[in-house]
Design a protein around this ligand. Structure first.
Ligand code: SF4
Length: 694
């Protein structure tokens, strides 16, 4: 600030990194943001922030940004700068040609969890109204789609059940497959504060994270399970709760389907789920399983927090249902301090799912086959809508390779880097005749694009993001769009080029349409959000100021549904050639594939991805701290530096996935969650060997 001078004005907005949803005051001089100050009235951060939100906004003005639309006939041609009008007219002409030639279902769109709710809503509307199909999907496909399936099936809605504030009334935290210290730092601080006040924590994670042991924090129990055994450990915990009669019968009889509970209780009571048998599968101590189950069930208010270490598995949806089963069985749902809480990785994963960007659901998680729901949109949009679910991202790519899918509009997502099986993604993209990438930078996916539309950062738009506690936060335009249009405006221009009569003048009008058509949002207006700062959905006539805690006085589904969670080992097996299991995560200073964080001025943040190796495994292979190692799997290999540490157990290696140069995801498999096709990023059989470097 000293260098840049004093700010001339400030604008309150919302961080565009993780799902905590911190509010900031952006201080501006001219058209440049010179400082981001944590906003003391922010309801999810109360004046706190982490380094990313506070300092990593320089990407907005980075010279890599593409500010002009570009076209090329073939992906081997050089790019040619064109006007917006030419780019949009070309795209519309190509999309219509493709549909004429290959059929209505031959094109589709992908929305982003980085964009606002209003932008996501418009992309799914463009696909449904303009393309005439349901081929819309979101990058949540590769992270929290199992949360959608699992929580919907058991509780009747897909969202975290409690608010961040109520962690202050939690006595026992069950943290599984998440590392909030690095991935959700501001909420992690609140968890730690509560732990210092006397709450206890059970950590289920193959790795010894900070919440297992760090200054002033010592977990009550750490279960360092073998990667891929979440369902087994959750069923093992349930076995103890049921066989020791630690469940809350009064709660279950009042709020859950008793028959389903009895069926589930019989299933989990089977001796093959005893702590001793579970211990053999998961590689942890039987007595610790028993003690952890007793603590969660009987230790007071129990709250579950989980992350991608639960969802990105071949049984991701099953594990989410296993968590809901535990919460319902112990009555740990529907009041302050308890619940089941997915910690969302990206700023607007919750919102992108809420806004109907799945191929089978309209906004508000309503199936496209439901006539009464389809009629709402048909009446409003003036077209007949398809009642068949559309293609998911992996199915779009399969269909492209098969020759039936030929055009795609991708807003704010780099599927070549973030989706599994890079070779297959590349083959699918290469087979298409019109790939439109709408983004800030020429990302990896843009190598296969025919049209590039410049995107806008969160600083250049109005709208809303929804955080992990269902909080609808306002995003305020801080500076004018650097490439003429905010993303919602660009999508609107594309819709108009396709002949649709869209006339939104501000995102508040898009939210009005969302509210008019989506019961859980029916009370939301920008005026309300300005007045209240933010509200949590459901926000409607029953809850005009929103709903901090869900499932009070009854579960949204009607009665809670217990589901059998049979453990099925992943097909990804260790063996003589690949004897170690790789799992992955994040570090505090980086974000996803680093497209934003690596484009900030602070070079100290540009730490490389390291491969954590247990000292025994390192010694066996002659690997020392800092050495280059070759990491190979059945599908591919990459090279990283070794970090020898007992944070990981023998037989497990761990790395982050922030750098395109190391591309940890190139070694992962193409196994996916059985229900949602979410990739199994968290378990890969690998071998490591000394290397001379990349
Ligand atoms: Fe942004 Fe998340 Fe950090 Fe808050 S905790 S400042 S939302 S990255």
């Amino acid at each position: 600030v000293l260098e840049k001078g004093m700010p001339e004005r400030s604008v309150v907005t919302t961080c565009a990194y993780c799902g905590v949803g911190c509010n900031f005051k952006a201080e501006v001089k001219g058209d440049e943001v010179i400082r981001m100050m944590p906003y003391k009235d922010g309801k999810s951060n109360h004046g706190h922030s982490c380094v990313k939100g506070r300092f990593a906004y320089g990407y907005a003005t980075h010279s890599d940004r593409i500010l002009s639309p570009m076209l090329r006939e073939k992906i081997t041609d050089p790019w040619r700068e064109v006007t917006w009008e030419e780019a949009l007219a070309h795209t519309a002409k190509e999309f219509r040609r493709i549909q004429h030639q290959y059929g209505r279902g031959s094109i589709g769109g992908i929305t982003s969890s980085r964009c606002t709710d209003e932008e996501t809503y418009l992309v799914q509307k463009l696909v449904r109204q303009g393309f005439g199909n349901n081929n819309v999907d979101t990058c949540a496909r590769v992270c929290h789609s199992p949360t959608g399936y699992g929580l919907n099936t058991t509780l009747g809605t897909s969202a975290g059940t409690q608010d961040f504030d109520s962690v202050e009334e939690t006595d026992v935290m069950l943290l599984i497959g998440a590392n909030p210290t690095d991935a959700h730092p501001v909420f992690a601080s609140r968890m730690k504060k509560r732990l210092r006040e006397g709450a206890r924590i059970i950590v289920i994670d193959p790795r010894r994270t900070d919440l297992v042991r760090s200054p002033h924090i010592e977990a009550a129990y750490h279960l360092p399970i073998k990667p891929g055994t979440n369902v087994a450990i959750l069923t093992g915990l349930a076995h103890v709760i049921v066989t020791e009669k630690l469940y809350d019968e009064a709660y279950i009889r009042s709020y859950c389907e008793w028959d389903a509970f009895e069926d589930w209780a019989e299933f989990v009571s089977d001796p093959r789920y005893s702590p001793e048998e579970t211990a053999k599968v998961c590689g942890v101590d039987a007595e610790t399983i028993r003690q952890a189950a007793r603590l969660y069930a009987a230790g007071g208010n129990g709250a579950i927090f989980y992350g991608l270490g639960v969802t990105e598995h071949s049984q991701g949806s099953t594990a989410v249902m296993g968590l809901a089963n535990l919460a319902m069985a112990t009555g740990n749902i529907g009041r302050n301090g308890v619940g089941v809480n997915p910690l969302r990785g990206q700023n607007n994963v919750q919102g992108s799912c809420d806004m109907g960007s799945f191929p089978h659901e309209f906004p508000g998680y309503r199936h496209v086959a439901t006539d009464s729901v389809r009629k709402i949109y048909e009446d409003l949009w003036g077209v007949a809508l398809d009642k068949e679910p559309g293609l998911r991202i992996p199915n779009m790519l399969d269909a492209a390779v098969d020759g039936t899918f030929r055009g795609i509009y991708i807003q704010g997502e780099d599927i070549l880097q973030s989706d599994p099986d890079t070779t297959h993604v590349a083959a699918g993209l290469a087979a298409m005749e019109c790939v439109v990438v709408h983004d800030l930078f020429l990302n990896e996916t843009a190598r296969y694009a025919h049209v590039f539309l410049p995107g806008s950062t969160f600083l250049e738009k109005d709208g809303t993001f929804i955080n992990a506690e269902r909080r609808i936060n306002l995003v305020h335009k801080v500076i004018e769009p650097k490439a003429r249009y905010a993303d919602w405006e660009a999508t609107q221009e594309l819709a108009r080029a396709l002949g649709l009569d869209w006339n939104y003048t501000h995102p508040s009008e898009i939210m009005d349409e969302i509210a008019a058509t989506t019961p859980t949002f029916s009370g939301v207006t920008f005026d309300l959000l300005e007045r209240e700062g933010s509200v949590q959905w459901p926000c409607n006539e029953k809850a005009p100021l929103g709903t901090p805690v869900m499932h009070i006085n009854g579960i949204v589904r009607g009665k809670g549904n217990f589901v059998r969670t049979e453990y099925v080992a992943t097909d990804e097996k260790v063996g003589p050639r690949f004897p170690l299991l790789l799992t992955t995560g994040r570090i505090l200073s980086q974000y996803n594939v680093g497209a934003q964080t690596r484009r900030t001025g602070n070079v100290a943040w540009h730490a490389e991805d390291m491969l954590e190796i247990h000292p025994h495994d390192a010694e066996d292979r002659g690997i020392r701290n800092g050495d280059w190692v070759r990491l190979s799997s059945r599908s591919n290999e990459t090279t990283l530096r070794a970090l020898v540490t007992d944070r990981v157990a023998p037989g497990v290696v761990y790395t982050t996935f922030h750098h395109p140069e190391t591309q940890a995801n190139v070694v992962t498999t193409d196994y996916t969650d059985w229900a949602t096709s979410c990739p199994e990023f968290k378990v890969t059989a690998v071998q490591i060997a000394p290397s001379n470097g990349p």
